[in-house]
Ligand binder design. Structure first.
Ligand code: UD1
Ligand code: CA
Length: 457
């Protein structure tokens, strides 16, 4: 049977105490709902429907590139009512898999098993053995161990509350029967809601088999309702990501202190020290070393490059065998060829630097095209901004700029030029020569330092 997935994501998420809709709260840098959409798509279903409601337009806008069918649930009348909104969009011959927008760690392999269990006369239900079943619906089985129904916590008897097997909310059912059950559920319960969970008792009544699959881990079916659970799920996701990285050969100084908020691709023998945050898409070449306390966003770093402590790298393409930092900052968008050294307190913005060039101390390189083997002396500033417009600076191959020089853009420094320390150059600098632009040093003969007069007593 072809598969349709429905993701329920219309709940308000009041317990988050946030203006951001619950399903947009970030987990590993992506909205909770995005994780669920991704795992749904990994099953290659015929279609994916997302039931949205509260904060709806923001949710749609944030995930507008997703190939899903958005279904509005204007009023949140319960999980059964939510699923009902999607059913008119689903053909009768489908298996329907129901996922929750706030259960983000669910694994593809578990869902594949669950879907395989479902059939034209079988509903499959994902359950879990909870250590603390509080808040969950309980799975009620008969003496022969067959699932009879699900009872919500608020509707459960004292005996039922002792049941440890809980409903994860995730289930797979044949579309035709599901439509009929949904049309029969009522809201005469403690919460006055249309419970999706009531379809189980209806299936039993119709002599349709209910196959329960106990989730292999409790972690993957954890629901996220508040910031405490969000942090717990974040930690679990971090563990997964770091485990995958380590199994793929990356050395992590401490897997509890690396965050990947996006995609990290890497070569072999990469080392990552503590408190490093990767954002967006980051690609690390072979033998790259990342020092402690770095933030690296949308960057590519070539083989054998070392990034020392406390660097911020944003949208840069850094070549092989470079040395970066400590305390270097890259702003979008810069490109470094091989063997470039960027040292402490150096900021590079929207610039390119050729092979072997160096800016080792206290410099600003902005809107500049720097050639190869250039040495940017300590304290050199490329003054790219006149208060209204930004201008480009071209520094050709083999240039040396003296310490504390200012290059006022737009300007070209010819190849092989040397600029004397302390110079402010605002005109073209010819190639191959020494250019000095500073007051000449003079010594005044016979000058005497003024003397303090003793105070009159
Ligand atoms: C639900 C289950 C419970 C299960 C638990 C697992 C029901 C009645 N109860 O309870 O058995 O143990 O999940 O986490 O199904 N939603 C809508 N529209 C609505 C209401 C909810 O789209 O009108 C969505 C929410 O956004 C959420 C999901 O459905 O993604 C679950 O809703 P929630 O209110 O969190 O259900 P629970 O009380 O956790
Ligand atoms: Ca929930």
């Amino acid at each position: 049977m072809p598969l349709s997935v429905v993701i329920l994501a219309a709940g308000q998420g009041k317990r988050m105490k946030s203006d951001l809709p619950k399903v947009l709260q970030p987990l590993a840098g992506r909205p909770l709902l995005k994780h669920v959409i991704d795992v749904a798509q990994s099953l290659e279903p015929a279609d994916v429907h997302v039931v949205y409601g509260h904060g709806g337009e923001r949710v749609r806008e944030a995930l507008r590139d997703e190939k899903v069918n958005w279904v509005l649930q204007a009023e949140q009348l319960g999980t059964g009512h939510a699923l009902m909104q999607a059913m008119p969009h689903i053909a009768a011959d489908r298996t329907v898999l129901v996922l929750y927008g706030d259960v983000p760690l669910i694994q593809q392999s578990t869902l594949t098993q669950l879907v395989e269990l479902a059939g034209p006369r079988t509903v499959s239900l994902l359950t879990m053995m909870a250590n603390d079943p509080n808040g969950y619906g309980r799975i009620v089985r008969n003496a022969r161990g067959q699932v009879q129904k699900i009872v919500e916590q608020k509707d459960a008897t004292k005996t039922q509350l002792k049941i440890r097997e809980c409903n994860t909310g995730i289930l797979a059912a044949p579309a035709k029967a599901l439509k009929s059950w949904l049309s029969r559920i009522k809201n005469n319960n403690a919460q006055g809601e249309y419970y999706l969970t009531d379809i189980i008792a209806l299936a039993v009544k119709d002599k349709v088999k209910v196959a329960a699959l106990v989730s292999p881990t409790v972690a993957e079916v954890l629901g996220v309702n508040d910031k405490v659970q969000l942090a717990e799920v974040e930690a679990l996701r971090r563990q997964q990501i770091c485990r995958d990285l380590m199994l793929a050969g990356v050395t992590l100084a401490d897997p509890a202190r690396v965050d990947v908020r996006g995609t990290l691709r890497h070569g072999s023998d990469v080392f990552v020290d503590v408190n490093v945050v990767f954002e967006g898409t980051v690609v690390l070449g072979n033998r790259v070393r990342i020092g402690p306390n770095c933030v690296i966003r949308n960057a590519q770093i070539g083989d054998d490059t070392e990034v020392f402590a406390s660097c911020v790298i944003d949208n840069a393409n850094i070549g092989p065998r470079c040395q970066i930092g400590p305390f270097a900052r890259f702003r979008p968008t810069s490109t470094l060829a091989e063997g470039v050294h960027i040292g402490n307190f150096v900021e590079v913005k929207n610039s390119s630097m050729g092979a072997g060039s160096k800016a080792n101390h206290l410099s600003y390189v902005g809107d500049a095209q720097v050639g190869s083997r250039v040495n940017i002396g300590a304290g050199t500033i490329v003054a790219n901004y006149d208060g209204a417009n930004k201008h480009r600076t071209i520094i050709e191959d083999d240039v040396h700029t003296g310490s504390n020089s200012v290059l006022v853009a737009p300007i070209t420094v010819g190849s092989g030029a040397t600029i004397g320390a302390g110079s402010t150059v605002a005109k073209q600098v010819p190639p191959g020569k020494l250019t000095v632009a500073r007051a000449r040093q003079v010594t005044i003969e016979g000058w005497q330092r003024p003397k303090k007069q003793p105070k009159a007593s």
